[in-house]
Design a protein around this ligand. Structure first.
Ligand SMILES: Cc1cc2nc3c(=O)[nH]c(=O)nc-3n(C[C@H](O)[C@H](O)[C@H](O)COP(=O)(O)O)c2cc1C
Length: 123
């Protein structure tokens, strides 16, 4: 089955990143909203905020739907040093999920190819 991606984005970087994946693969991407209900397993792509923190909407989404989430990836900015894309690490630790990718802003083409490659591995 084709991978399904759930994503959270505030200023548009993660949205641009997952759209690049969609252009190449045609996979379904679903934006996380406050009331999103899901019934299918998928992969989470989010961003890091407030000095190494997981965005509030992502936190709420995971409280309700973590059982459907198979992997986590996070956008960030290397200017934040040790807190770079740390949301992925916090989510991975809290829910025992593998981290697939930590990338900067809206990701490079190699980042896009890397995530596609990993999601094709049948994780
Ligand atoms: C207030 C604020 C705090 C941030 N804190 C971090 C951080 O701790 N670590 C990090 O890697 N990026 C941090 N960032 C950068 C964002 O994670 C990055 O810009 C990301 O691409 C935003 O995704 P979005 O455009 O999809 O919302 C921060 C950005 C803002 C505005």
């Amino acid at each position: 089955m084709a991978p399904l991606i759930y994503y959270d984005s505030k200023t548009g970087n993660v949205e641009r990143f997952v759209n690049k994946i969609k252009v190449v693969t045609g996979w379904d991407i679903v934006r996380i909203t406050d009331d999103l209900e899901i019934k299918k397993p998928g992969h989470l792509v989010t961003y890091t905020t407030q000095i190494g923190e997981v965005p509030e909407r992502t936190v709420d989404f995971l409280k309700r739907h973590a059982k459907y989430i198979m992997t986590v990836s996070s956008s960030g900015n290397r200017n934040w040093g040790a807190n770079f894309a740390k949301a992925a690490e916090k989510i991975a630790a809290a829910y025992h999920l593998p981290i697939l990718l930590q990338f900067e802003l809206s990701g490079t083409q190699p980042d896009v190819q890397k995530l596609i490659h990993l999601l094709n591995q049948d994780i």
